[in-house]
Design a protein around this ligand. Structure first.
Ligand SMILES: [Fe+2]
Length: 185
């Protein structure tokens, strides 16, 4: 008899409710870069009553069934114009494969006119936070090498350096001088 929970291997996917699935499709494909892999259309008594679309990231050159799905819910409230949080989801974190790819994505987003809400040097990731059309915060990150943070995850989680969000400075990212956690310096 199993006496304690079986440890899961990770989060498999996330389904988010969106007001306008075409608008959100554009964000998650043209801005974030996911690929649509499927659609669910309600039929009869089976499954959800709402239209869903399924999206995959790049998994070593292959697609998966879904990392993110959108479920159209036209009655959802619009995000507040003043930036007040309207979503129960804190944020959705999307990983880029490495620093170089992440920097190219930041330049692309800036060129597309996407507003950088926050940019943060964490101890284990370097992160950009933006908003999707429904007010969900999306974190785009690259992960620092495991050796940097695994020695003291608690300290790495608490390392927070806010970085510029506009202009050339918003595309700068230091490599030299980032702290290594859990090693006496
Ligand atoms: Fe995060």
């Amino acid at each position: 008899m199993q006496s304690k929970p079986v440890a899961p291997i990770g989060i498999n996917h996330l389904v988010i409710n969106v007001r306008d699935i075409a608008e959100s499709h554009r964000f998650w494909t043209d801005i974030i870069g996911l690929k649509q892999v499927g659609t669910f259309t309600p039929r009869g008594d089976h499954g959800p009553r709402r239209v869903m679309q399924f999206y995959s990231a790049d998994h070593d050159g292959r697609l998966t069934h879904h990392d993110i799905a959108l479920m159209e819910c036209p009655d959802l409230p619009a995000p507040a114009a003043d930036g007040t949080l309207t979503s129960a989801i804190g944020h959705i974190a999307i990983a880029l494969p490495n620093r170089e790819a992440w920097l190219r994505q930041l330049a692309y987003l800036q060129d597309q006119g996407v507003r950088f809400e926050r940019r943060v040097e964490h101890g284990m990731t370097h992160s950009l936070y933006i908003r999707d059309p429904n007010g969900y915060t999306v974190e785009l990150l690259y992960e620092l090498p495991r050796a940097v943070w695994e020695g003291d995850i608690q300290e790495a989680l608490n390392h927070y350096v806010a970085l510029p969000t506009e202009g050339e400075a918003a595309l700068e990212d230091r490599v030299e001088g980032v702290p290594v956690f859990g090693h006496a310096s």
